[in-house]
Ligand binder design. Structure first.
Ligand code: PMT
Length: 404
C-alpha cells in the first residue's frame, strides 16, 4: 500500500503561522492535495506577512481562510472547521503560536479551530535555534506531546539571516509522511483479524419487493477502511458495494456481498472462530416475511397479508460462541438513546455498544457524519461530538484497541 494512502479523502486543515518558512507550507499543501487529501488552508495574520492567501487558495481544495469574524455566510467557522476535520496540521508553527496553543488561547481562526477540534493534531515547529532550544518552548512542546499532539521536529540547516543551526522547518515531504502516519495510527491494529458488517439487509417479499432500511453502509465501510489502514486483516461483510478508489478495496482482505440477514448470519458465523474482533455496524432486519412469493404479487388481487418471522440474531449467536473475541454492537435508536443502548448492551452481552440517534438529520443513516454514545460493559459511557464517520471510526477502533 502507498505510504500516503491514509491521507486519501481526509479533510485536513492546514494551519500556517507567521515565520519565514511559511512559503514551504505551499509545498506541504500541494503534496497533501496530491496524496488525495481535501485541504483547507487557514493562515494567521502573521503568515500573511510572509505569503499570500491566494497562493494557497490556488492549490488547495477550498479557498484559504484567514478571519474568525466577519464572514456572514459562515459566522462560526472555527467550530465547523474543527468538527469536520480529520486532521489539523500547523506548519510552520512559531514559538508564539506553540505557546498560545499550549495555554488554550483562541484569538484567531487557527487557534480557535485547534480548540474546537477532536481530530488529531500535527505541528511542525520552525524558529531560530536559540528560540527552539529555549526551556519555555521545549516545555510547551512537552505539554502538547503529553496531550497527544504529534510533533515533526525541525531540521538543522541554514536559517533566516544566514545563521546555521537547528530550527529549520522539516522537509515538506517529511511533514506529509508524518501526517499519513498519524492518520494510520502507526499500524496499531496489525496482527488483528477484524470482521465488520455494513449496510442494511433486504428481506424479500416477492422477486421485486423487500423489507429494508436506509443504511448506506457508510459507517461500516469507514470502520473497515480505517481498520485496514491501521494494519488489521479485515473481512467486510456488506450489503452495499464499497465506493472509492480501487486501492481502498484492495486494502481490505476480503469483501463478502450479502443481501439478507440469513446470508449475513452465515457469512459472519463461518468466519467467527478465526476473528479477534467483530463490529456489527450493519442494520440487520429483525423480521422477514415468513414466505417469499415466487411471483410478483399482483395489485389486482388486493393488499396481501404478509406474515413475519424473526431473523437470526447474529450478535446473540456470536455471544454464545465467543472465546476471546471482542464484540461490538451498534444501536440505532430514535428516543432515550442512552437508556435504550444501555439495555441493549446488557441484553446482547457485547463489550461495546455504539448508540446513534437515527432521528437526527446529521447522524445515523446515509449522512457522512455521526454523533454517538459509546457504552462499555464496565459501565463506561462516553458522549462523542458530531464528527465525520471516518473520524468516528478511528475513535471506535481506539476504544476497541483499549479492550484488547
Ligand atoms: O450505514 P449508514 O447509512 O452509514 O448508517 C449507519 C447506521 C445507522 C446503520 C449504524 O450507525 C447503526 O446504527 N447500525 C446498527 C443498526 C441496527 O440494526 O441497530 P439495532 O439497534 O436494530 O441492532 C442492534 C445490534 O444488533 C446491531 O449491532 C445489529 O447489527 C445487531 N443485530 C440486529 C438484528 C439481528 N438480527 N442481528 C444482529 O446482530
Amino acid at each position: 500500500m502507498n505510504e500516503l494512502a491514509a491521507l486519501r479523502g481526509r479533510r485536513v486543515v492546514l494551519g500556517v503561522t507567521g515565520g519565514i518558512a511559511a512559503y514551504k507550507a505551499v509545498e506541504v499543501c500541494r503534496q497533501l492535495v496530491e496524496a488525495g487529501a481535501h485541504v483547507i488552508p487557514v493562515l494567521t495574520s502573521g503568515a500573511q506577512k510572509f505569503i499570500g492567501a491566494l497562493t494557497f487558495s490556488a492549490l488547495a481544495s477550498e479557498p484559504a481562510r484567514t478571519e474568525l469574524f466577519g464572514n456572514k455566510d459562515d459566522p462560526i467557522p472555527h467550530t465547523r472547521l474543527g468538527q469536520s476535520a480529520d486532521l489539523v496540521i500547523v506548519a510552520p508553527a512559531t514559538a508564539r503560536f506553540i505557546g498560545k496553543y499550549r495555554a488554550g488561547i483562541s484569538d484567531d481562526l487557527l487557534s480557535a479551530t485547534l480548540l474546537a477540534t477532536r481530530a488529531p493534531v500535527l505541528i511542525a515547529p520552525a524558529m531560530h535555534t536559540e528560540m527552539w532550544e529555549h526551556a519555555a518552548v521545549q516545555e510547551n512542546l512537552e505539554v502538547l506531546r503529553q496531550r497527544g499532539v504529534s510533533i515533526v521536529n525541525p531540521e538543522s540547516g541554514r536559517l533566516a539571516g544566514g545563521d546555521y543551526g537547528e530550527g529549520r522547518l522539516a522537509n515538506p515531504a517529511a511533514i506529509v509522511l508524518a501526517a499519513a502516519k498519524v492518520m494510520a495510527r502507526g499500524g496499531d491494529l496489525s496482527g488483528l483479524r477484524v470482521i465488520v458488517t455494513a449496510g442494511g439487509t433486504r428481506e424479500p417479499i416477492d422477486p421485486v419487493r423487500f423489507l429494508g432500511n436506509r443504511s448506506s453502509g457508510k459507517m461500516g465501510h469507514a470502520l473497515a477502511i480505517n481498520a485496514a489502514r491501521r494494519g488489521a486483516a479485515v473481512t467486510l461483510i456488506t450489503t452495499n458495494p464499497l465506493s472509492g478508489p480501487e486501492e481502498t478495496s484492495r486494502s481490505i482482505s476480503e469483501i463478502v456481498s450479502v443481501v439478507t440477514a440469513q446470508e449475513m448470519y452465515e457469512a459472519v458465523l463461518s468466519r467467527f472462530s478465526s476473528a479477534d474482533v467483530v463490529v456489527m455496524a450493519a442494520a440487520v432486519a429483525d423480521f422477514r416475511p415468513k414466505v417469499m412469493s415466487p411471483e410478483k404479487i399482483k395489485r389486482s388481487l388486493g393488499a396481501p397479508e404478509i406474515y413475519l418471522e424473526p431473523t437470526p440474531d447474529i450478535l446473540a449467536a456470536l455471544v454464545e460462541r465467543r472465546d476471546r473475541q471482542v464484540l461490538v454492537g451498534f444501536a440505532a435508536e430514535t428516543q432515550d438513546v442512552a437508556e435504550q443502548a444501555a439495555e441493549k448492551l446488557r441484553s446482547k452481552g457485547v463489550d461495546l455498544m455504539v448508540a446513534n440517534d437515527v432521528s437526527q438529520s446529521d447522524a445515523g443513516f446515509e449522512v457522512d457524519t455521526n454523533r454517538v454514545i459509546v457504552l462499555d460493559s464496565a459501565g463506561g459511557v462516553e458522549n462523542l461530538p458530531l464528527q465525520t464517520k471516518t473520524a468516528l471510526a478511528d475513535v471506535i477502533l481506539d476504544r476497541i484497541l483499549n479492550l484488547i
